[in-house]
Ligand binder design. Sequence first.
Ligand code: NI
Length: 131
Amino acid sequence: MNPLNIHHIGYLVKKIEKAKQTFLALGYCVEQDTVHDDIRKVDICFLIKDGYRIELVSPAGEDSVVSGLIKRYKNSPYHVCYETDDFETAVDWLTANGFIAVDTPTPAPALGGREVIFLSNASIGMIELIR
Ligand code: NI
């Protein structure tokens, strides 16, 4: 499998604007301001600090894909997202090695429409892969 490179850490937050202001006070910069993802019913904003990219994800409505997660995790990091040169091979390798796809590749408006898939692993929880 080609290398997986970290793209961002997904950070679940109840109130995206308050969370953004707190991260800004810690020295983060806004890389991409809040975008509404109507497919997943979430609001998403990308922040950068010291070369690390954090994605704030906040539920936008009761039917949000993260409504259940946020009840369980509160405000907390919940996935690491990776990029790779060969998406198909990576998905095949991951699903053969203990990762279970929790959805199918779906366009992500906050990533310029690129498709992403989420996979879950019993030892490390959730990861995201960008096509
Ligand atoms: Ni993400």
